[in-house]
Design a protein around this ligand. Structure first.
Ligand SMILES: Nc1ncnc2c1ncn2[C@@H]1O[C@H](COP(=O)(O)OP(=O)(O)O)[C@@H](O)[C@H]1O
Ligand SMILES: [Mg+2]
Length: 460
């Protein structure tokens, strides 16, 4: 699969969400900054305007005071004049400082300052002095219009400064409005984007995780209820796909195991039926026939006791002995008495003695083991030695059997031709069933030309 896993997608979506929310905050910060700057500007503008108006008023005071004094000659009119003249240098200096950021306005403020100083020194003061000496000389038309012109000039410089300051303020306001508009748009877009992303992501999680997990859980329920045929569609992403695949693998291996189990049970039933039939046949064809003929022999002796009775009885005795042997042989086939009496070690030694090839034995089994374990081990050795003679053409067999830490370990090796294949007969499969029924394991290693080794472990 080339697409990233669920974890990768979660991280990516979180990253995008973080970016969206983060950039929203950045826009907000910028607009706050812009608003603060514009408020600053507004404050500044209002200070400049107040100051400029103040200067204008002082200039007006100067002009009025001087005019009234010149007209009336009364000293009291000089008071506002003096006051204004005293305050003006300070006010104009303050104005210059206020507009220091804008070279244009500085020029205007300086021009206003110069005009005011010139008005005071070159016009107003001389006028007053002249009026003090000769009141009439100061009241000339020319002198009055000169004053009006000078005041007008000062006013127009100050008005220009005020207008330029107002323009500046308006521009700043427009800018901050634009910033605020942009911030609102960006915030709305970010919000809408976040909503879409969160909804989309919730949908994705539902589709990619919640639904497949629910389907898998349902299937797990059905599986637990015994429906081994269930499978989930493998359509998920990343880890979910792995979960679905693992579930299907588990379900199919459960199915296989259960089929194996059923087959093994059927084989065990068949094997025990066959064994019963064989015993029935052995008893019927062998023992029963022999006993019938011995009964006939005894009847013959009864019919003619004189006829060499001792010879006939000898024959009957021999027949009975042979029947007994045969009975023992059959009994051993059903379950070897030596196994019940002596346990696995003497039973294996007996198998080795009877085998038609040399057998080397290594044993370390200090105690008796549960009967089913001893029987399984016995049949493994028995089948392996029989196979070594029957199929392997082996020259020697090695049997090793030890019990330790709650486990019986058994191996039988022959140096024959190898190539044993459980699928080709019934002996090895029967052993495997028997051992599996006891939770043990059987491993058949039989490379061609290198002999055969059966390794068995049985918990006990
Ligand atoms: N020790 C062995 N060496 C070589 N081939 C073997 C050996 N044991 C078994 N085989 C082969 O594997 C087949 C399966 O063995 P088994 O299950 O014991 O069946 P059976 O003995 O009834 O034929 C045998 O038919 C034989 O071809
Ligand atoms: Mg066999």
């Amino acid at each position: 699969m080339t697409r990233g896993g669920v974890a990768g997608r979660v991280v990516t979506a979180s990253g995008v969400l973080m970016l969206l929310v983060g950039s929203g905050f950045v826009v907000l910060l910028i607009s706050v900054q812009g608003l603060r700057a514009s408020e600053h500007q507004a404050q500044h503008t209002s200070a400049v305007l107040t100051n400029a108006h103040q200067v204008e008023r002082l200039v007006a005071d100067l002009a009025t005071g001087q005019r009234d004094y010149v007209i009336t000659g009364q000293q009291k009119f000089l008071q506002p004049w003096e006051q204004a003249a005293g305050q003006l240098p300070q006010q104009t200096a303050a104005l210059e400082q206020l507009v220091a950021g804008s070279p244009d306005e500085v020029t205007r403020a300086q021009a206003a300052g110069r005009s005011i100083t010139s008005y005071l020194q070159d016009y107003s003061l001389p006028q007053i002095e002249a009026a003090q000496q000769d009141p009439d000389s100061a009241r000339t038309e020319a002198a009055i219009s000169e004053g009006t012109r000078r005041v007008g000039a000062i006013r127009s410089v100050l008005d220009a400064l005020i207008a330029s300051e107002q323009q500046l303020s308006a521009r700043e306001q427009r800018q901050s409005d634009a910033i605020a508009d942009r911030a609102v748009i960006a915030a709305m877009a970010g919000l809408a984007g976040s909503v879409v992303l969160v909804l989309g992501f919730a949908g994705y999680l539902t589709r990619a995780i919640v639904r497949p997990v629910r389907v898998t859980a349902e299937m797990a329920n059905r599986l637990a209820a015994g429906d081994l045929g269930v499978r989930v569609p493998e359509t998920g992403v990343g880890e979910i796909r792995t979960l679905e695949r693992t579930f299907n693998t588990m379900a199919s291996s459960l199915g296989t195991t259960s089929a194996d189990l059923a087959a093994s049970r059927a084989r065990i039933v068949r094997a025990s039926d066959e064994t019963r039939r064989r015993i029935e046949r052995d008893l019927h064809d062998g023992i029963q026939q022999r006993l019938v003929s011995l009964t006939l022999d005894v009847r013959a002796v009864q019919a003619d006791p004189a006829d060499s009775a001792s010879t006939a009885l000898d024959r009957v005795a021999d027949g009975l002995a042979a029947t007994l042997d045969e009975l023992r042989e059959i009994a051993r086939g059903i379950h070897p008495a030596i196994l019940t009496q002596g346990g696995i070690v003497p039973a294996v030694r007996m198998l080795a003695r009877r085998a038609k090839l040399p057998v080397e034995i290594g044993v370390d089994v200090p105690d008796r083991l549960p009967a089913p374990i001893e029987a399984a081990a016995y049949y493994v050795v028995s089948e392996a030695l029989t196979n070594a003679v029957k199929h392997a053409d082996a020259s020697v067999a090695l049997v090793d059997i030890r019990h330790a830490d709650g486990e019986l370990r058994l191996s039988v090796h022959d140096d024959g031709r190898g190539g044993a294949d459980p699928a080709k007969g019934s002996g090895l499969v029967g052993l495997a069933d028997r051992i599996a029924a006891l939770d043990g394991t059987l491993i058949v290693e039989s490379p061609s030309g290198e002999g055969t080794t059966l390794t068995v472990t049985l918990p006990s």
